[in-house]
Every structure is written in C-alpha cells, then in structure tokens.
Design a protein around this ligand. Structure first.
Ligand code: 0GY
Length: 301
C-alpha cells in the first residue's frame, strides 16, 4: 500500500501506460472523482478512507493524455456532503466538466439551485456500508422528488446482493436512475449468470435506468486484460446501447491494494463497444444527453 507520512493512501498509478485505443473526439469520461487538495478542501470527518490529494489538475491531465474531451465528476464519499472540491473542479474546467453531488437530504431548494448553477446534474445515493454510515431511503426518495424540477437524475451505488431488496425503493424514484458499475455483478458468472440476469431484469423494468459499464479493475478478479468483464459486459452494451455510460473511475478510490493502470482500462472500451457507432453512443451521445442536454439540443457535442 502506498501511504504518505500523514497516513494518506494513494490508489492511482503515478505513471499510467498509454492506451492503444484512442477515444473519438468529444468523448466523455462519465465517472471520475477529485480528492482535495486537502489543505483547500478538507475531507469529511466521517470519511472511511483518507486519500492523498488528487485534484482537478491531475484529472484534466489524465483527460488530455488519453484523448477525452470532458469529465463527469462524481462526489466521492471521502468529501461527505461538502461538494466544494467537485464544484471547484467543474468551475476550473472551462465548461468541460459537470458533476454529481452528494447532499444532506435537508438541503434547501436555493442550495440545489446553486449546485445546478455550479454544473451539478445529479445526486448520488451510496449504499455501500464500507463507504457510508447510513442510507436513509425515505429521505432519499424525498430528495429525488425535489430534484425533478431541475431535470436531474439519481446515481446509485450498490452491490449485487442488495439489488432485489432495493427494487421497491427504485420504483419510488421519479427521475432517471444511473447505476454505478452495474451494481457490482460477479462477472466471473458470465453474461447469463444470476447477477447479470437480475440486473438486466431491472434494466428491462423501466426505460430510464442507465448503467455505467465501468470498473473492470474492481469487478474482474483475474485482472488485465479483463476477459471476464468483457465477456459479461459486451452483451449489455449491445442490448442497451442508448443507456450505457463509461468512465475511468480515476483516482480509483479504495483501490490502494490493487492500483490499476489506466491504459489497460481504456483498452477495454473497444472490446465492450465493438463498433464505431456503439463507441459514439457510449462515449459521446449518451453522456451528452444526460449531462449537457443544452449543448445536445443546439447540435454541438
Ligand atoms: C467508486 C467506487 C468506490 C468509492 C467511491 O465515493 C467513493 O468513495 O465511490 C469504491 O470504493 O468502491 O465509484 O469510486
């Protein structure tokens, strides 16, 4: 584990290799985070991990290295409900980043409006016990109703073993639902395994469920070149081409014991989205529809 003198962990590679795959112009990294810098944006006292700084400059350097055009910055649990680091990164992106916030359910409408002005387009509900202390479903549903007027969506992070128990909660969400990392299926089961079948049933239950086909490093225990992930996920991209999103997950929170190399992660893209058309949807038109609908309507992307 890479820990600094203050006990802060590093979960990202300092020298990621080049990727063979080059994304098409306008590609969006629709799941990434910023950490700090701590001196400016302190971590939450409730944070379950204490990372080294991974700020917007590093994120935008990674974006440029791999040929992405835009980022969707998802508030990480280590910053709790203080979205200042995410908002600062968005503000410094020159219009090339938008974000997903984590909020106290008691947030006011005026505060929600301010988040919208700062580039936030969704709220994240995290159900992973190792990352958050509680996930109050009743309050989450109230917030989901209150963001409807803003045209936002909900991002949910959960593990496959609680998908069924969450179905009534999802049914009460009145806005689109975006699922992080496919709800963490066991990809070694293959595309027809129990986890993927249950997830597809959820995708089929309503047309406004979207999915991030992300994190081979978290989901494929066999590692690079992530063949199990590719085998399980390619059919999902082909069956739901208009509802899939992709992201680097940089700086790979909590992966300090198995730090991924970003190059091989990016090289998974053309193996799960095997045509130029699928890649265009996955990397450009789908994330633009969710995060930059204003520019989509004007025909810019
Ligand atoms: C991810 C995954 C993780 C962490 C967080 O907010 C977070 O801290 O999302 C994880 O540890 O699985 O999407 O970044």
């Amino acid at each position: 584990m890479s820990t600094d003198e203050n006990g802060r962990i590093r979960s990202w590679s300092l020298s990621p290799s080049d990727s063979a795959y080059v994304p098409p112009p306008g590609a969006v990294d629709a799941h990434c985070h910023v950490f700090g810098p701590q001196a400016e944006f302190p971590f939450s006292p409730k944070a379950k991990y204490l990372p080294q700084d991974a700020g917007h400059e590093q994120l935008f350097a990674l974006r440029d290295k791999y040929g992405f055009a835009r980022n969707v910055i998802v508030q990480a649990s280590c910053h709790g409900t203080d979205n200042a680091a995410t908002l600062d990164a968005i503000a410094k992106s020159g219009g090339r980043a938008r974000g997903v916030a984590v909020v106290d359910p008691a947030i006011s409408d005026a505060e929600l409006d301010a988040l919208h002005a700062g580039g936030i387009r969704g709220i994240r509900f995290n159900f992973l016990k190792r990352l958050v202390d509680d996930a109050p479903k009743d309050k989450f549903i109230q917030v989901a109703h209150r963001i409807q007027r803003l045209g936002w969506h909900i991002v949910v992070y959960f593990e496959a073993d609680i998908l069924e128990e969450l179905l009534p909660f999802f049914a009460a969400i009145p806005v689109p639902i975006v699922v992080d990392h496919m709800g963490r299926p066991d990809v070694s089961q293959g595309p027809d395994g129990a986890d993927m079948r249950a997830f597809r049933a959820f995708m089929d239950s309503r047309e406004d469920v979207w999915v991030k086909v992300t994190c081979p490093d978290r989901l494929d225990a066999k590692g690079v070149p992530y063949d199990d992930f590719v085998k399980s996920v390619r059919p999902l991209v082909e069956n739901y081409p208009d509802r899939v999103l992709w992201g680097t997950d940089w700086p790979h929170p909590t992966m300090e014991n198995n730090i991924p190399n970003d190059g091989p992660l990016i090289d998974v893209i053309p193996r799960i989205a095997v045509t130029a058309e699928l890649q265009q949807k996955l990397l450009i038109s789908n994330p633009m529809r969710l995060y930059w609908p204003d520019e989509q309507r004007e025909g810019r992307s």
